[in-house]
Design a protein around this ligand. Structure first.
Ligand SMILES: [Mg+2]
Ligand SMILES: [Zn+2]
Length: 168
């Protein structure tokens, strides 16, 4: 049986890739890339990490925006990151809102991470989840990947250097 040798960095979206502004983001004008994000993700990608976004988009379940609008935001983010040579391998998101019942894809649950681990044949022990909330950390731990907490909108240089130097 082939062993799973791929590795990935899982990334929360709001507060990690784009600016957390205290509300749902579904309008292009609210999308602001965090400082240094292209440069930092490029460093990870060059070391062979896949880049996979895992986010909660409860605004869809609330009826604020559609999956099509969320997909468009992701297309837009990818286009900006491509200027740094960065390719996001996949965006996974939970479209449910807890008001309409419990699902198993919303963080802190780990179903989306597990999907990605299977699909990309990832070795969980080689993967990290970079997030800015407790629920990101919890989801990472449940899926067996290393959780790395950052401050909302922090430049990822600190954790990326930690990962690449083997210190985290
Ligand atoms: Mg966040
Ligand atoms: Zn869900």
């Amino acid at each position: 049986m082939p062993s799973k040798t791929n590795k990935a960095i899982f990334l929360d979206r709001d507060g990690v890739i784009i600016r957390e502004h205290g509300d749902y983001t579904w309008l292009l004008e609210d999308v602001k890339m965090n400082d240094g994000i292209g440069e930092q993700l490029a460093k990870l990608q060059q070391k062979g990490y896949k880049l996979i976004v895992i986010s909660n988009q409860g605004g869809i379940g609330k009826g604020l925006y559609t999956t099509k609008e969320a997909d468009y935001i992701h297309f837009h983010i990818s286009r900006i990151l491509s200027l740094s040579g960065v390719v996001i391998d996949e965006y996974y998101y939970c479209p449910h809102h807890p008001n309409s019942g419990k699902c198993i894809c919303r963080k802190p649950d780990s179903q989306l991470l597990e999907k990605a681990l299977g699909r990309f044949e990832l070795n969980a022990a080689e993967c990290y989840f970079i997030g800015d909330t407790d629920r990101d950390m919890e989801a990472g731990i449940k899926a067996g990947v290393k959780p790395l907490r950052v401050e909302p909108n922090e430049n990822l240089a600190r954790v990326v250097d930690g990962i690449l130097s083997g210190g985290l």
